[in-house]
Design a protein around this ligand. Structure first.
Ligand code: ATR
Length: 266
């Protein structure tokens, strides 16, 4: 029987994950199929139970089911715990279900591919929602000097910073000053073609800008803005591919080639 993997979420029709994993399977000569399951509200546990009971070996989880998957897992990796959310489940040899989160490591994997200077950098993360929470631990582990979170609702930035005393602080847009070497947009603003309230003087001093959102043409309004100020700027397409590679590796113990996948799908 072919090994079975799926994507759970709502919606799932637009997702690139099935195409990515089919490509990885071919490239690494793995015999598996990867489907998608639309989860009705409140039905994640039922869907996941059925999937694993029928021989499913692993799944990815997208919105709005990442918290349900977090509760569903029997054990959690340190990354899932830090993110408070799960994007990857794996059935272990003893039948238990492991929950991981590969989003933040996928981002750092892409930042390294792009030559982003993270070591000893002062990093600014814009936004303090689930997306921001999911990337903090891997960014800190990459050796940054300091990480500042700026958010419209300052209390949410401060709440995230509490988990990493000494390295992370939270602030308001009005209080931003000085130089941030790397600036990462973790808000949902680019989806609406809107810019966060960051002065050009701050943005232009950065050496590297990244938007977690991605678009088919590789530009968001935020990356366009940074590029217009002469700053290297990238959208989040590579993060999408990176997190998929790391899920695949967790399931299959083999790592597809990152650059080839980017060339294939960009
Ligand atoms: P996700 O889980 O995808 O991160 P979220 O929890 O809704 O989504 O968070 C979205 C982020 O975008 C938040 O940081 C949000 O700021 P608030 O916490 O103040 O709501 C930010 N965001 C959304 N719309 C915004 C806007 N118009 N101006 C500034 N920040 C905005």
């Amino acid at each position: 029987m072919t090994d079975k993997y799926v994507l759970f979420g709502n919606p799932v029709a637009h997702s690139m994950s099935p195409a990515l994993h089919a490509y990885f399977a071919k490239e690494t000569h793995q015999d598996l199929e990867y489907g998608r399951i639309l989860v009705d509200e409140g039905c994640f546990k039922q869907c996941a139970d059925e999937f694993f009971k029928n021989g499913g070996l692993g799944c990815n989880i997208t919105v709005p089911c990442k918290l349900d998957a977090f509760s569903y897992a029997d054990t959690l990796t340190e990354y899932a715990k830090a993110a408070g959310a799960v994007n990857t489940l794996k059935k272990m040899p003893d039948g238990s279900i492991l929950g991981d989160n590969t989003d933040g490591r996928g981002l750092v994997y892409d930042l390294k591919r792009l030559g982003c200077p993270l070591k000893d950098a002062h990093v600014l993360i814009i936004g303090a929602g689930g997306a921001a929470k999911g990337i903090l631990k891997p960014i800190i582990e990459s050796g940054v000097k300091k990480l500042t979170i700026v958010n419209r609702t300052v209390s949410k930035a401060l709440d995230l910073a509490i988990a990493y005393p000494g390295t992370v602080d939270g602030t308001s847009y009005e209080n931003l000053s000085g130089t941030y070497d790397v600036i990462i947009n973790a808000t949902s603003l680019s989806l609406k073609n809107e810019l966060p309230n960051i002065d050009d003087s701050i943005l232009s001093k950065a050496v590297f800008v990244y938007d977690l959102m991605y678009r088919p043409d590789g530009h968001t309004c935020f990356t366009d803005k940074a590029a217009s100020l002469g700053v290297k700027a990238y959208d989040g397409f590579g993060m999408l591919v990176g997190q998929a590679i790391l899920s695949f590796e967790l399931w299959r113990n083999v790592k597809p080639d990152f650059d080839n996948a980017i060339k294939q799908f960009r």
